[in-house]
Design a binder for this molecule. Structure first.
Ligand code: SF4
Length: 807
């Protein structure tokens, strides 16, 4: 038991709960109240589930009585969180019981939402798809469960021969994917959370884990409270709660991270202080092709790398990044020490970046060049914001170009393998990647007559009406779009349902079976524990029901090669179970059927998963999970390291067995620094950065309905530096208008608040649907990952009124 760590998290939880005065909320059990097991009582049953929120993947125990979730507790048996939860996790059960749950399908008729039956809803969707299958798009989520994402993926790519499927994770971690692919030839972190327990130095790159992944961050602060020395170096564009815990704070200009990493690489080479043995044995050097850069790049010699990196002296990096030259030297000196262990941590700051692939690759390169790789505590590690961005998006491959298990649509052999696993006709899968998120919404919001070739879009488990960048261009405008049709499945009314033509009420979290995959390659499973309200239904069921309606209508793609329904599920006697009828959906475990089918894909790129039943027993398992001689299943903590990874050749210390250079080596990349696509000027003199807060999860759809959380953080705000506010005669709490070239947003000012931006920078969280800061953000994206940059654009603050916001 770890009292200090627990105290830290409890303090955060109670601070948030303290301002709550009323509201229907659940009793919260702190983990240490459940001393030797959980409380018992007649009719009270406990079962495990991963937390519904962030990619940390904490486990909770869920207490159910009389068909309702009545309590939650941190799960002591879970390796990720050992009984701890953050303030959101403690209140996760309450998200089911907001007063305005969607409970009936609603169709917009003559501008008014009208209740309709599920039969009519499914028929309406299927007819639109049947009439125009190629102009249909499916927009999904890193909150999709693994079976939900897999069903959507198979429906689109295998059934409709349509690759226009993309997830909201495109907006949060696509650059991490391209960074891993460019460097190692395969996606996802090599290490695991144990790195946080063993590092001597933790570097947070544009990352605020104290608020965004608090249970993970507490692993480090807890070590300090036990007397261990862990140096935290926070590199950021504004001071945050992570800065408060840091030994060093290096404040950079937006985009400065690219220059800083180049500066470290330069000094490691210049001072002859890199790990020559590691580099000679395990690395190549790469650079962009001169004409059309690709993710593959082209090989360059070490000599050429030296030449290209030579200009990134500490002084030049200081000019580009704003970080003093001596701090760049300090970082390079640390990486030059081989007897310490260094973990780099990042999330949206490096991913939501027009040089996202470049900065991800460069930070991997810093670790590879210095040899700070592959030992526990030596790790370049990206985190995910969503609970299954890894499991459902990266592993199931629900991106427009991907297939399950690390396959891609552009490779004939990958299509052939996938068609084989799905038993669909040869040539069913199109070789042309579908539209990525920004392009998909551009095509949906462009009139058909002008080439807007997406006419029907189905959005599941996400809220693009709040999260897309430049909302006025990509979402808000419905002019001239009368023939377009937006279908949204969600649990509560949102900014997206506000414009929907058809709204489907969804089951959520423990109202359905599910599986997630967290940031450390851990696949987690849970069972349905309570019924959803009214007529709300599982998203996975919706996909199967639409597919079956198309099957009945004679759509050839919904038949496999033998003429059977592509989602056919049979009982032990070989009889088909009509799982497309909702009252028969739980006659069997559809998740298990889908997962076992999906599992076949996972051996193709050493992402092996265990049978479903192994996940029922465990609090998640980290892939690759490999069967042992005694029939047990062993997970892997450290990929590519011979001491732990079963796929590294015997006797090898390291092996990058999916190397893009096919020689077992990782790639150390050079990328030239480029300025941001939009910078402050006379007209728009401020940098605008957006992000999240501790209390709310992403768009706040769920957490704003939990009274403790919404009262602790009731409204979005704009953080300003005191001197900027004084110069504009703006006072604390005053409402101002944030303006960019794309839109406006009114917000109260918070001077020297939780986050403290430097002069010339403002920060706005995006959780509040009444204050849509994405009206102002820029849709410019990374050329490889297609992930937009929400962290920097030019804006101005306009004084609106001197009236104070009610406190
Ligand atoms: S929100 Fe994240 S850190 Fe908090 S309890 Fe849930 S999974 Fe853990």
């Amino acid at each position: 038991m770890n009292n200090d760590r627990r105290a830290l998290l409890k303090t955060a939880a109670m601070a948030a709960a303290g301002s709550m005065v009323a509201g229907a909320t659940l009793p919260v059990l702190q983990a240490d109240q459940a001393v030797d097991g959980l409380p018992t009582g007649e009719g009270l049953e406990w079962n495990k589930a991963p937390c519904r929120f962030c990619g940390t993947g904490c486990h909770v125990q869920v207490g159910v009585e009389d068909g309702r979730v009545v309590a939650v507790a941190g799960d002591k048996a879970a390796d990720v969180n050992k009984g701890l939860l953050c303030v959101k996790g403690y209140h996760v059960g309450s998200i089911l019981y907001g007063k305005d749950r969607l409970t009936r399908p609603l169709l917009r008729k003559d501008g008014k939402l009208t209740e309709i039956s599920w039969d009519e809803a499914i028929e309406t969707i299927a007819q639109r798809i049947f009439d125009s299958p190629d102009t249909f798009a499916f927009y999904g989520s890193g909150q999709w469960t693994i079976p939900e994402g897999y069903a959507a993926q198979k429906f689109m790519k295998g059934g409709l021969s349509n690759n226009h499927i993309d997830p909201n994770a495109r907006l949060c971690m696509a650059s991490a994917v391209t960074g891993f692919l460019a460097t190692y030839g395969v996606d996802e972190p090599a290490g695991c959370y144990q790195d946080l327990d063993e590092c001597d130095v933790l570097i947070t790159w544009g990352n605020n884990p104290a608020e965004m992944h608090p249970v993970l961050f507490s692993r480090v602060t807890d070590r300090r409270s036990r007397g261990e020395q862990v140096r935290i170096i926070d590199i950021g564009t504004r001071r945050t709660r992570t800065t408060d815990a840091a030994n060093d704070y290096l404040e950079m200009k937006p985009h400065g991270d690219v220059a800083i990493s180049l500066g470290i690489l330069h000094l490691l080479i210049e001072n002859d202080n890199y790990d020559k043995s590691f580099v000679e044995k395990h690395c190549n050097f790469r650079g962009d092709e001169a004409d059309t850069p690709t993710l593959q790049g082209e090989p360059i010699s070490e000599e050429e790398f030296r030449k290209r990196i030579a200009k990134y002296t500490p002084e030049h990096v200081e000019e580009l990044s704003g970080v003093p030259a001596d701090k760049i030297r300090m970082l390079a000196d640390l990486f030059g020490q081989h007897d310490i262990r260094i973990t780099s941590l990042w999330c949206m700051g490096m991913n939501q970046h027009t040089m996202g692939t470049a900065i991800n690759s460069l930070v991997h390169g810093v670790h590879l060049l210095s040899g700070h790789f592959g030992r526990p505590g030596d790790a370049p590690t990206s985190l995910t914001g969503q609970p299954s961005a890894c499991g459902t998006v990266r592993e199931v491959g629900t991106l427009a170009h991907a297939l399950p298990g690390g396959r891609v649509v552009t490779k004939p052999e990958h299509r052939e393998q996938s068609e084989g696993f799905w038993n669909v006709r040869e040539g069913s899968i199109s070789e042309v990647p579908g539209y990525h998120t920004v392009k998909m919404f551009e095509q949906f919001t462009k009139p058909t007559a002008e080439g807007g070739d997406i006419t029907t879009m189905f959005v599941q488990v996400t809220n693009p009406g709040q999260t897309l960048p430049n909302l006025n261009a990509l979402f808000n405008d419905k002019q001239g779009l009368e023939d377009k049709f937006l279908i949204v499945s969600d649990v509560y009314p949102t900014a997206t349902t506000a414009l929907a033509d058809l709204i489907l009420p969804a089951a959520m979290w423990v109202e359905k079976n599910g599986m997630f995959g967290n940031s450390e390659r851990r696949t987690q499973q849970w069972f349905k524990m309570v019924d959803p309200p009214g007529e709300a239904r599982d998203d996975c069921w919706m996909t199967i029901a639409i597919a079956h309606k198309l099957f009945e209508m004679g759509h050839e793609g919904m038949k496999d090669k033998d003429g059977a329904f592509i989602f056919a599920v049979k009982d032990d006697a070989g009889q088909e179970i009509p799982v497309w009828e909702f009252d028969r959906y739980y006659d069997t475990n559809v998740d298990k059927h889908l997962f076992e089918e999906y599992r076949q894909f996972t051996t193709m790129k050493h992402k092996n998963l265990a049978p479903y039943e192994e996940y029922v027993k465990a609090r998640g398992l980290r892939w690759p999970v490999v069967e042992q001689e005694d029939g047990s299943w062993r997970e892997t903590r450290f990929r590519f390291s011979g001491f732990d990874d079963p796929f590294v050749k015997a006797g090898e210390e390291f092996e990058f067995y999916h190397s893009s250079s096919s020689d077992g080596r990782a790639q150390i990349w050079f990328h030239e620094y480029q300025p941001p696509p939009e910078m402050p000027d006379e007209e728009y003199p401020m940098w605008l950065c957006t992000g999240r807060v501790l209390e709310h999860w992403h768009t706040g759809t769920m957490t704003r309905r939990v009274s403790q959380l919404s009262r602790a953080m009731p409204t979005a705000y704009v953080e300003m530096h005191l001197e900027d506010a004084q110069a504009a005669n703006i006072r604390q709490g005053e409402i101002v208008t944030i303006e960019s070239r794309r839109g406006v947003c009114d917000l109260p000012v918070w001077i020297d608040g939780r986050g403290r931006p430097p002069r010339g920078t403002i920060f706005v969280p995006f959780f509040d649907e009444t204050k849509l800061i994405n009206n102002c953000t820029l849709e410019a994206y990374d050329p490889f990952s297609k992930q937009p940059d929400y962290k920097k654009c030019a804006a101005r603050v306009v004084k609106k009124t001197t009236a104070k916001v009610p406190s």
